[in-house]
Write a protein that binds this ligand. Structure first.
Ligand SMILES: Cc1cc2nc3c(=O)[nH]c(=O)nc-3n(C[C@H](O)[C@H](O)[C@H](O)COP(=O)(O)O)c2cc1C
Length: 206
């Protein structure tokens, strides 16, 4: 046991130069989410409070801190796409987080190409090697331990269509280490790229 522990209660502040929460729960996969407004304007933004939550049916989710354009579009249309952010797309992914008015299309802003989806009326990022077409399953307003609503929304959606660049399939197996996934760390600018050097294998006990 060690008592060299910094303990803090987040409601009272962390007492450190930077809040470590994001750096501890990290690196996180990035939900690069495309949507379309009711008026038809495409929207694209990164959400690193993102993960997968179920296999069958496959469900992914992301949290919006504030009621942002993406949440409004998903609530209005019931649809979104997830696009894989890779090292070669990192700077363009970052460009899509610009706080711009709802009538501005971030695809154009970041020099990305909207590609049609098959099952939802939402454009995918053509340059992304993987995209999921998703239908909204739940939109949850987050709350604190006393049940008071937080100004944050969790969007959950079923993955109803998957597009995978065959170049990332080795003998039919998806090769995460070769795809160049990027993940979000803490602080204002930390990211990680996943490559073969980070891979280790461990099987479950039988
Ligand atoms: C890598 C990255 C991750 C982000 N993750 C989140 C997140 O999890 N939740 C959030 O509300 N905003 C997040 N943001 C900020 C949003 O992308 C930003 O507010 C954006 O303008 C929202 O766009 P929208 O209004 O078109 O939905 C993130 C930004 C970056 C660059």
């Amino acid at each position: 046991m060690t008592d060299n522990i910094h303990f803090y209660e987040p409601r009272a502040g962390h007492g450190l130069p930077h809040d470590p929460f994001n750096a501890i729960v990290g690196p996180r996969p990035i939900g690069w989410i495309s949507t379309r407004s009711r008026a038809g304007v495409p929207n694209l933004a990164p959400y690193s409070f993102f993960n997968a939550f179920n296999y069958t049916p496959p469900i992914v989710g992301f949290a919006s801190i504030g009621y942002k354009d993406t949440v409004r579009n998903v609530e209005e249309t019931g649809q979104f796409c997830w696009n894989l952010a890779t090292r070669t797309l990192a700077e363009r992914m970052n460009a899509t987080c610009a706080a711009v008015p709802p009538d501005v299309d971030e695809f154009g802003l970041a020099g990305l190409t909207p590609a049609p989806s098959r099952l939802v009326d939402v454009p995918r990022v053509r340059e992304a090697p993987v995209s999921f077409e998703c239908r909204l399953t739940q939109l949850v307003r987050l709350q604190d331990a006393e049940g008071r609503p937080a100004p944050s929304w969790l969007v959950l959606g079923e993955v109803v269509g998957v597009h995978v660049d065959r170049a990332l399939l080795t003998d039919g197996v998806y090769d995460t280490a070769r795809a160049g996934h990027i993940l979000r760390g803490g602080g204002p600018a930390d990211y990680f790229e996943v490559g073969p050097e980070q891979l280790f294998r461990m099987f479950r006990p039988t």
